[in-house]
Design a protein around this ligand. Structure first.
Ligand SMILES: [Fe+2]
Ligand SMILES: [Fe+2]
Length: 438
């Protein structure tokens, strides 16, 4: 340009997005992550393989951490506003991320998330990192780079899960493909995630083939394990000892792997109260669900390292099923009930494991204790918040806990003589096998 301006004007790509546009994009990413993780949490009880349940819990937590960082960054950029007003023009897009909660089957859910929604987020984060200014927007670059690498892993793992779910249920392949295509079509109709402005008008409404989500009454169980309702004799027989020595080592590992119910309860309540409680609920319950998945893995790893076969390990359903047909406040109450009931035993058991020289049981119990201390706080806080929002007395949280105790005891009373005899046989066989391995 020969007609020089009186100003210094060299095009510099750093200025592509101004502060307000930046906040707008990050807000879009926040709402997408939020809707995606709420959909994912709802599916935990329906997937059978243990590694899919624990893996989903970990991804939900990662996504919640990303969403939390995005949300805080939007507040920083819009200071002093602390309002994250509604999704605006991005509403149809965010609705799509929530719509996979209504997927018609497990493979359809896994494939639509792994092949369409996660890649859309990955590509948008990549484009955002490339197009934004690493000086002005350095704080976003740090967490979004981490989120990008997590998305790459999530995509790889979701694709494997979807493929193995399809190979177990080949009759669902056609429906899963059609659903994935419907989600992909809708994504392009609403303009994708991207880094552009929101579309002026976009498609909305339910997707073809969707099936309205309902909380599963019965959780799916990994077929590698021994399936049952009551996973140890002391659950159904009050005089059966919790045990000491090797029996305590086994009992504790069995308890840990059976925390699979807590992952499922965590996922269901995260999703059930997502639109009723504030964002902090989702953030807390994502961590809660992830922690339970780590406790479950602790048990699994110890049992496997001792040379025990999953086929000999009872994996029960009774706690989840005691409350899954009730108002979901009772699944929240179940977590609170069992956590407050058991926490006092944990330091003493960790100490016993120490005297046995069983460092790994001691280590797991000690880390578990630290998590549970935090969870007891979550339980009490959120039960009170939920009661208050419902116009009930927040102090009635203890009544919810008492009703949970009753629900469990009523359910335990449905144990048949045959079930009791079977679990005793399984427990004796497991202890005998473990004794041969000492
Ligand atoms: Fe736990
Ligand atoms: Fe817990």
């Amino acid at each position: 340009m020969s007609q020089a301006s009186e100003f210094l004007l060299r095009p510099q790509p750093r200025a592509r997005w101004m502060r307000v546009e930046t906040a707008h994009l990050l807000k879009r990413f926040f709402f997408c992550e939020r809707a995606l993780l709420v959909s994912e949490a709802a599916w935990i009880p329906s997937v059978a393989p243990l590694e899919v349940k624990t893996g989903l819990a970990r991804f939900i937590w990662q996504n919640a951490e990303t969403a939390e960082a995005l949300r805080n960054r939007v507040f920083e950029l819009r200071f002093p506003s602390r309002l994250l007003e509604e999704e605006g023009g991005d509403h149809p897009l965010i609705e799509l991320f929530g719509a996979v909660k209504n997927s018609p089957s497990v493979p359809a859910f896994l494939s639509s998330v792994g092949k369409v929604l996660l890649p859309a987020l990955r590509d948008s984060y990549q484009a955002y990192i490339e197009g934004s200014d690493s000086i002005a927007d350095g704080p976003t670059h740090r967490f979004l780079t981490l989120a990008l690498s997590e998305k790459a892993e999530q995509i790889r793992v979701f694709e494997q899960w979807a493929e193995s779910a399809l190979s177990r249920n080949p009759e669902l392949r056609e429906g899963a493909l059609a659903w994935t295509q419907a989600v992909a079509n809708r994504l392009s109709e609403v303009g994708g995630v991207g880094v552009g402005p929101s579309p002026l008008a976009a498609a909305a409404g339910s997707l073809p083939g969707s099936k309205t989500y309902a909380i599963p009454w019965q959780p799916a169980r990994d077929p590698r394990f021994w399936p049952c309702r009551f996973y140890w004799p002391d659950v159904v027989d009050p005089v059966y000892p919790y045990g000491e020595g090797m029996q305590l080592q086994l009992r504790s590992a069995i308890s840990h792997v059976n925390e699979v119910w807590a992952i499922e309860a965590g996922g269901v309540i995260l999703s059930a109260f997502a639109d009723i409680l504030p964002w902090e609920w989702i953030h807390n319950s994502a961590r809660w669900t992830y922690d339970e998945s780590r406790h479950c893995q602790m048990g699994y790893e110890r049992l496997t390292a001792w040379g025990l076969d999953p086929a000999e390990v009872p994996l029960g359903t009774y706690i989840y099923q005691s409350a899954s047909a009730e108002d979901p406040i009772y699944l929240l109450g179940m977590l609170y009930f069992f956590e407050t009931k058991n926490i006092r035993h944990k330091p003493a058991r960790a100490q016993l494991f120490h005297t046995y020289g069983d460092a790994v049981s001691e280590h797991d119990m000690d880390f578990d204790w630290a998590d549970e201390t935090m969870h007891a706080g979550y339980g009490k806080h959120w039960l009170k918040e939920l009661l208050a929002i419902r116009g009930q007395d927040p102090a009635a949280y203890d009544q919810v806990r008492e009703r949970c105790e009753q629900l469990v005891s009523d359910y335990v009373n449905t144990a048949t003589a045959e079930e009791i005899a079977e679990i005793k046989t399984m427990a004796s066989a497991l202890m005998a096998k473990a004794a041969r391995r000492t």
